[in-house]
Write a protein that binds this ligand. Structure first.
Ligand code: AMP
Length: 396
């Protein structure tokens, strides 16, 4: 069975074709600058040369057609006919309060994705276009929506309510939703399996630390809290996002700079975080290089990032009344031994110790806690595409 995984952004489309018999990636690629001049497809078939094609892509429908052409190309292709694709799994950002699991797309599902446009204005419209483009190009082949918010729907009310007038929750569904759910579901499940934890009696904290970052608290496989909120802006300090701050900062900047609320929130999303504090980059590697060269702002940016992660781990250990395992994942979480060490250095009060040699391992599942550690610490590489493909396979 071959599953196509599609992740549509506002002007991009990432894809992977996965053979579920062995979970091998047959081809993956990216369409960039959709709807903008200079659209480009990069197609990477396993074991063959890379195909790069600059071609007009006025919309996602055209992009989907080009992807299907590349997959069937006589030279660069990996299938001879689209009918070899059993189903398409779509990463969809926001399902609001409606779905706590992935679901086969029908008209009701599309209505829900549309009703959440306000909650995910950049992603949900693109996600829906991607779904409809696949329906048009591959009639009869099922589409499955895998939502970023779904895993967090098990949060209790006390964790998802904002302390604002209740009428806003009732009228507009303003509450905390959480994101990166596919990754948190995949990694927390793998932590329980890999760490041989009791699935019915386990407390896990997953630290998804990438360009975007979020932390979740998972009891018996179910999410009870997570750091992102109504939008992905809440929580950790990220590459370009501020994470938690006093909402009055928005009003203050707006007044001082003569900007409106939308402009200030845009700054908090795109020009803040480690980029904003360091003034160097949103990429952790660049900021760490500057830090080593003695750049003080780069140093504060990294220190503040680590401090915020450590505070969230502490608050989730308190919320769960204990923690059995802490797992690092995503770009920084999987690769950066120094950041992991700094975070763990805050966790002595939990009885966390680190095995320095194991902490150097990259690219594989590994326990990095010391033999005497009271809490297990793991690296579990995330694989959102594979998680989407597995959920799609299970549903069809
Ligand atoms: P992601 O959003 O999960 O792709 O993560 C992107 C972030 O991971 C970037 O800030 C990178 O600097 C960071 N990252 C990726 N690879 C490494 C690495 N080998 N060492 C340190 N940071 C890394």
């Amino acid at each position: 069975m071959k599953i196509l995984v599609i992740n549509c952004g506002s002007s991009s489309l990432k894809y992977q074709l996965i053979d579920m018999a062995n979970e091998n990636v047959l081809a993956k690629g990216l369409c960039e600058r959709i709807g903008i001049d200079g659209s480009k497809l990069t197609h990477k078939p396993a074991g063959k040369d890379v195909l790069e094609k600059t071609e007009e892509m006025p919309d996602h429908q055209v992009a989907v057609r080009l992807v299907l052409d590349a997959l069937q190309d006589p030279t660069y292709g990996v299938i001879s006919n689209v009918n070899e694709i059993s189903a398409v799994g779509h990463r969809v950002l926001h399902a609001g309060k409606y779905y706590s699991d992935s679901i086969v797309v029908n008209e009701d599902v599309k209505r829900v994705v549309r009703s959440c446009f306000d909650l995910g204005p950049l992603h949900n419209p693109a996600n829906l276009i991607g779904i409809e483009a696949c329906e048009a190009a591959m009639p009869g082949i099922p589409n499955v929506a895998v939502f970023d918010t779904a895993f967090h729907q098990t949060m209790p009310e006390k964790a998802y309510m904002y302390a604002i007038p209740y009428e806003y929750y009732e009228k507009y569904d303003i509450r905390r939703y959480g994101f990166h759910g596919t990754s948190h579901r995949f990694v927390s499940k793998r932590t329980i399996e890999f760490g041989n934890l009791n699935p019915d009696n386990s407390k896990v904290i997953v630290c998804h630390l990438g360009n975007g970052g979020s932390i979740s608290a998972v009891v018996n496989g179910k999410c009870v809290d997570t750091s992102m909120g109504l939008t992905p802006l809440e929580g950790l300090i990220m590459g370009t996002r501020s994470g938690d701050l006093d909402p009055a900062v928005v009003q203050y900047i707006a007044n001082k700079e003569g900007k409106n609320v939308n402009e200030v929130v845009d700054i908090l999303n795109k020009k803040s975080g480690i980029l904003g504090v360091s003034g160097v980059s949103s990429d952790f590697r660049d900021v760490q290089k500057a830090q080593k060269e003695g750049n003080h702002r780069a140093d504060i940016a990294i220190a503040a990032f680590v401090y915020r992660v450590a505070k969230y781990i502490g608050s989730y250990a308190a919320a769960m009344n204990g923690v059995d395992a802490i797992t690092f994942t995503a770009g920084v979480g999987e690769n950066d031994a120094g950041i992991r060490r700094e975070i763990c250095s805050y966790l002595g009060y939990l009885g966390v110790t680190l095995n320095e040699e194991k902490n150097k391992i990259r690219g594989e599942e590994v326990e990095i806690s010391g033999a005497d550690s009271k809490v297990k610490v793991y690296i579990i590489p995330t694989n959102e595409e594979l998680a989407i493909a597995r959920e799609t396979k299970d549903l069809i």
